[in-house]
Write a protein that binds this ligand. Sequence first.
Ligand SMILES: *Cc1c(COP(=O)(O)O)cnc(C)c1O
Length: 349
Amino acid sequence: MTRTAPRRHFASDNYAGICPAAWEAMARANAGHEPGYGDDAHTARAADLIRQLFETDCEVFFVFNGTSANSLSLASMGQSYHSVICHEVAHVETDECGAPEFFSNGMKVLTVAGGDGKVTPAAVEKVVRRRTDIHFPKPRAVSLTQATELGTVYTPDEVKAVWATARSLGLRIHMDGARFANAVAELGVAPKEITWQAGVDVLCFGGTKNGMAVGEAVVFFDKELAREFDYRCKQAGQLASKMRFLAAPWVGMLESGAWLANARHANAMAELLRGELAAIPGVKLLQPRQANAVFAELPKPVVGALHQRGWRFYDFIAWGGSRLMCAWDTTEADVRAFAADVRDLLVVR
Ligand SMILES: *Cc1c(COP(=O)(O)O)cnc(C)c1O
C-alpha cells in the first residue's frame, strides 16, 4: 500500500519535520548508554561548536522551547521590580502567556511601537525617560527579535544603535533568535556581528524552526548573567534528563552547516513566493521579505477559498495580512502551487 506524504503548508516553520542532519545526529546519539542531565559528550561538543560559531567564550544551555529560553534568560537579567522593553508584537509579549513575567517573579514587559516589527533607539529612550520615579518598574533590558515577528531583520548597525542607547541608559540586551539562522542567512554576516559585537548579552538561538525536533540554545555572551542558570532551568522543568537528544542535533546541524543551509533555503523559498505573489494583481505585499516569511494582504474571500483548498497559513487580523512562512523543506513546487491557486482565485479570465 502506498502512503502519500501529508502536504506542506505555509503556516509556520514548526509545521515542518526534522531535517536529515538533525535526525541522523539523534540516531548517532542513540548508540547506547550515556550520562544524563548534560554530562555527556554530545552536550559538551554542541556547546563547543556554538562557541566556535560565535568565535567567543560563551556559556551555553539547551532547553526545550523558545518560551522557556526567553523567559528564563530574561529572568536572569534582572529583579522582579525591573522591566524589559520589547516591540508590541514581540513573541515575549504576545505569545508566551506571561511566562517572562512569571519566571522573573514579576518583571514587567513594556512595549513600544516601531515600523517593520523593530524596536528603535528613540522608542527605547522615550519609554525609559517617561518615568524615572520609584513607582514605575525600573527598565533593565531591551529584547530584540531577530528575525522579527514581521519577517524583517535588524542590520548590525541597527542592533548597534539600540545598544548605544541601551548602554547609555544602563540596559542589557536580550535577543529572541527563534529565527536567528534566517537573519544570519539574509544578512550574510558572521553570527558575532549581530550578537556580542553589537552588544547582545544573551541570545536565544532557535533550533526547532531551523529543522530540529525540539530545542533552543540559550547563549550567554555575558557569562556573569549565566550564574546559577542551571538551577533556573531545573526549577522551570527545562533540564532535560536525556540531554544528549537536545544537544546532538546541534552537533549535526553545526558540523554539517545545515543550520545555515536550511535557513538560506527557507529564505530563498520565501523570496520566490514574494516574487510570484508580487506578479498577481490584487495581492498587496506588506513588510519587505527579509527572512523566511512573506506578509501579504489578500481579499478575504480569497483567504477563505485558499483555506478551503487545504492551504494552512495564519491571518494576523490586527494587521489585516496573511503570514506565509517557508521552512527548510518547502519546495519550489509548493510555492508555485500556492501561487497558482492565488492566481486562479484572483485573476478574472
Ligand atoms: C516560535 C517562536 C518562539 C518560540 O516559541 P515556542 O513555541 O515556545 O518554542 C520564540 N520567539 C519567536 C519570535 C518565535 O517565532
